[in-house]
Design a protein around this ligand. Structure first.
Ligand code: SAH
Length: 254
C-alpha cells in the first residue's frame, strides 16, 4: 500500500458547508492530523481511525508528523478550518516538504479546498466582496507588525475591500485597534465595516458599522472583519440588517 496525504478544509463550521470531496477524504482516512478544536468537528467513522490532535501553534511539527505517517503507507488527512490554503495547514505541509526528506516529494499529496471564512461572512452580509478585494491576517506570530502595517496601508491606498483574518486573540488584544487607527488615516469615516462572528454556523452574528464607530465593537478569534472600499454601500431594510454590497461597476452612482 502507498501512503497518501490529503490536506482538507472543513469549511467555516456547519457540517453542510463541508464539501462532499472533503467528507469522503475524512471517511477514507486511516489517520487524522490537526488542531484538537478542528478534529472535534470531524464525525467519528471507526475505532480504527487514529486521531493525532495537537496544539494550534506547532504547525510545521504537525506537518512533518503527517508526512512521516504518509511515508509509512498510511492514508493521512490533515485538517484545517475554512480552506486549508488560507492562513492554514497547506502552506505548512509544503514548507515541510521543501525543507524535509527527499522521499516526501514523491508522496501522493493533495489539497481539497473548503469554504473560507471570508466567503461565508460575505454571503451573510450580501456581496461586500463584489469588486476587487484582498485578505490580510492581523496575526504577527509569523510576520512582523511592520509588514502588516505596510500591507494595510497599500490595501487602503489601492481602495481594495479588505478582509481581516485573525483580528484578535488573548495574546494580542489591541492589534485590531491599531489597524483601524491606521486605516482611518487613509479612508473616510463613513467607510462600511462588518464584524462577522461564527459565519456559516448557527451562531452567526453580523454587525454592520462604519470606520468611525468600528473601534467600539469587540472582535474575537472567531470574527472576520471586512473593511469596505470607497464604493461599498448599504441597502437599508425595515427592522433588519441592511444588505451590504460593493458594486462591480465603477459607473454605479455613489
Ligand atoms: N483557514 C481558515 C482561516 C484560519 S485563520 C479559513 O479559511 O477560514 C483563523 C481566523 O479565520 C479567525 O481568527 C477568524 O478571523 C477567521 N474565521 C475562521 N472561521 C470563522 C468563522 N466561522 N466566522 C468568522 N471568522 C472566522
Amino acid at each position: 500500500m502507498t501512503g497518501t496525504l490529503t490536506i482538507v478544509g472543513l469549511g467555516p463550521g456547519a457540517p453542510e458547508m463541508t464539501t462532499p470531496a472533503v467528507s469522503r477524504a475524512l471517511r477514507d482516512a486511516t489517520d487524522l492530523v490537526g488542531y484538537e478544536t478542528y478534529l472535534a468537528r470531524v464525525p467519528a467513522v471507526s475505532p480504527e481511525q487514529v486521531r493525532h490532535g495537537s496544539d494550534n501553534r506547532a504547525e510545521i511539527e504537525r506537518a512533518k508528523h503527517a508526512l512521516r505517517l504518509a511515508a509509512e503507507g498510511r492514508r493521512v488527512v490533515v485538517v484545517s478550518s475554512g480552506d486549508p490554503g488560507v492562513f492554514a495547514m497547506a502552506a505548512a505541509v509544503f514548507e515541510a516538504i521543501e525543507t524535509g526528506e527527499p522521499l516526501w516529494r514523491t508522496l501522493d499529496v493533495r489539497v481539497q479546498p473548503g469554504v473560507t471564512a471570508m466567503l461565508a461572512a460575505a454571503a451573510l452580509a450580501g456581496a461586500p466582496l463584489g469588486a476587487d478585494f484582498c485578505a490580510i491576517s492581523l496575526s504577527d506570530n509569523l510576520k512582523s507588525w511592520a509588514t502588516i502595517e505596510r500591507r494595510l496601508e497599500a490595501a487602503a491606498r489601492g481602495d481594495f475591500v479588505i478582509a481581516l483574518y485573525n483580528p484578535a486573540s488573548r495574546a494580542r488584544p489591541d492589534q485590531l485597534q491599531r489597524a483601524l487607527k491606521l486605516l482611518r488615516q487613509w479612508k473616510e469615516d463613513r467607510t462600511v465595516v462588518l464584524f462577522v462572528h461564527a459565519a456559516g454556523t448557527p451562531d452567526a452574528r453580523l454587525i454592520v458599522t462604519d470606520l468611525a464607530a468600528a473601534s467600539g465593537v469587540i472582535a474575537d478569534m472567531r470574527t472576520l472583519v471586512v473593511i469596505g472600499s470607497d464604493r461599498t454601500r448599504l441597502i437599508p431594510r425595515e427592522g433588519i440588517a441592511p444588505w451590504v454590497y460593493t458594486p462591480r461597476s465603477e459607473a454605479t452612482p455613489t
